[in-house]
Design a protein around this ligand. Structure first.
Ligand SMILES: [Zn+2]
Length: 55
């Protein structure tokens, strides 16, 4: 049993761009309309926590 179940809530569904430094992350859309970059603590490495969807 080494395979992880894919629906563990940590799969990126969108790409999101930091509104400050413009870094782009694979991210999950949150219910409040913001985005959470996957693999981080929820903020950009510049410290910003606001992201916008990348089309
Ligand atoms: Zn940033």
């Amino acid at each position: 049993m080494t395979e992880k179940h894919l629906s563990n809530g940590n799969e990126p569904t969108v790409f999101a761009k930091c509104t400050d430094c413009k870094n782009i992350y694979p991210a999950q859309e949150k219910t409040n309309g913001n985005f959470r970059p996957v693999g981080t603590d929820g903020s950009c490495n510049c410290g910003n926590e606001e992201f916008e969807r990348v089309e």
